[in-house]
Design a binder for this molecule. Sequence first.
Ligand code: FE
Ligand code: FE
Ligand code: ZN
Length: 277
Amino acid sequence: MLYIGCHLPSSKGYLSMGRHAVSLGANTFAFFTRNPRGGSAKPVNEADAAAFAALAENQGFGKLVAHAPYTMNLCSADPSIREFGRNMLADDMKRMEYTPGQYYNFHPGSHVGQGAEKGIEQIADALNAVLTPDQTTTVLLEGMAGKGSEIGSRFEELRAILDLVELKEKMGVCLDTCHLWEAGFDIVNDLEGVLEQFDRIVGIKNLKAMHLNDSKNPMGAHKDRHEKIGEGHIGTEALVNVVNHPALRELPFILETPNDDEGYAAEIKLFQSRYTD
Ligand code: FE
Ligand code: FE
Ligand code: ZN
């Protein structure tokens, strides 16, 4: 079963997102837990979350992959920004429990001159302060393109964060095809080699979700510019191979391509039609 969807606007709540997903042919989706740039969040409506749970069950949805706001930087050099991020993370963990058992993905952060080692410690400190043994949400570190001082474009960095987190069973990784490519991983010509490397360093069992994007840039560009499927430097065939790979095919796939509804529906249809039984 291929679980595929896209990033959806969240302002109208869970049931609305669920219906939107169904209308696109999706059986999972991503959404921002709050304004991606700001910090405030509307309280979760319990009835809405329950109505969504019924729809998701009915439609055979896979796990959702919620996305933390971009303003969350757990390893900023500025302590007040770290504090702000930690508070958002704690609040998001509470909010996620209204839809139990889903994924919550975040960008590890940018160390802005402090050095990767310091940044990695700060990220792990925040996770250790916030995660609880009874939470049902799995928190995913997103692999990054390596723009500026971003942490997480190297598998060793993802591994180092996971090593420092105490509640390891609450953690996982989400890889993004655009980010992998722009970080310098040749998923077009050597997907097998890239996944072997990931398995060796991070462990394939830690990979819980995929972001499915083409890239506007050549391999190793470190710019993080997503492109529509088939219109970038990765291309349709390489991405079809990603979706069908034995180690990946059961994971939820989230499109984050620059598209409208029609474009997303077409991309979802494309991957469903190329998914091998
Ligand atoms: Fe992301
Ligand atoms: Fe992504
Ligand atoms: Zn990106």
